[in-house]
Design a protein around this ligand. Sequence first.
Ligand code: PBG
Ligand code: ZN
Length: 322
Amino acid sequence: MLKRFRRLRRNEVMRNLVRETQFSLDDLIYPLFIEEGISAPQPISTLPGIERIPESALAGEVEELWALGVRYVMPFGISHRKDEVGSDTWNDDGLLARMVRTIKQACPQMMVIPDICFCEYTSHGHCGVIDEDHVCNDATVENLVKQSVTAARAGADMLAPSAMMDGQIRAMREGLDAAGFENVAILAHSAKFASSFYGPFRVAVDSELKGDRKGYQLDYANGRQALADALLDEEEGADILMVKPGLAYLDVLARLRERTLLPLASYQVGGEYAAIKFAAQAGALDERAVVFETLTAFKRAGADMIVSYYTKQVAQWLAQRS
Ligand code: PBG
Ligand code: ZN
C-alpha cells in the first residue's frame, strides 16, 4: 500500500513528532469571580470547583495562581452596588477598579484582562442603559468608554469588552488613546452569540436578568453575520478577536481564522465547563482527558488563546505530571 497513515501513529514518540497542535498555560486565561462585602468564599452551584472569592482573598488567590504558572486572569465582579446604569464601573473606588489594583499589587506581572460590561452592575441585569424595553446603543458606548478608562487607570493590561454594542471598539480605542492609555490592548468579544450555555455563569454572578440578550448578542444561527461583526471589530482597532461560546462555534472560529491575521481567542463558557464537570462527577467522562481534548480542539480550530474555568485545574494537572 502506497499510503499507510498508521506508520506515523505507531508509538508515542512518533505521534509526538507529527503532532500539529498543543496547548500550554501560555494559552489559557482564567476567569475569576470576586464578590464585594463577603468574608468567606462562596461555592457556585452551577460550576462545581469554582468559587466567588471575597476581595480580601483576591491577593492570595492571584499569588497562588502565579506560582502554578497561570499568567492571565479575567476578573468578573459581583456587585452589591447595582444601579440603573452600572455607574460603579467608572468609579475609581468601585469594585472593578479595586479588583484590578489588588491583582496588580499582589502580582505586578500577572496580566489582568477585565471583562468590560455592565450586566453585573445594573439593577436590571442588562449589558447597558435601558430605555423602555431596549438597550440604548450609543449611551451604553459612552459609558463603556468611561469604564474602560477607569479600568486602564487602575492598571488593566488589556480590556475584554463583552457588551456587543455597535461601535464600542472604536469608541474605546479612541477614549483610551485620548486618556494616554495607547498601550492598553483590546480583546474584543467580537462574535458573541446569545447562548443558553451562559446559564451557569448567570447564577455565578447573581444576574438580575429577566428575558434575554437577543437584541444585542448574535443569533446562533448566523455564521456569516458573526464574521462580518468580528471583522468590523478589527477595523475599529481590536487587537484580538474572540468567538464565544467555544465548542459549539468552532466553525465560526475556523472560518474567521481564514479571514484575519489578528490573534484569535475562544471562550469555553460556563455551560461547557458544567457539562464536562457534571458528566465527570457522574462517572460518565474522564475529566482530564476530555478537558485536554477540548483545549487542543480550540487550538486546532485556530484559537491562539482560550478563556477557560479549567485553567487552574489544568495548571494543577500539569504540575502533577512533571
Ligand atoms: C456578560 C458576560 C457573559 C459571559 C461573560 N460576560 C454572560 C452573558 O452574556 O449573559 C458568559 C461567560 C460564561 O458563560 O461563562 N457580558
Ligand atoms: Zn454584559
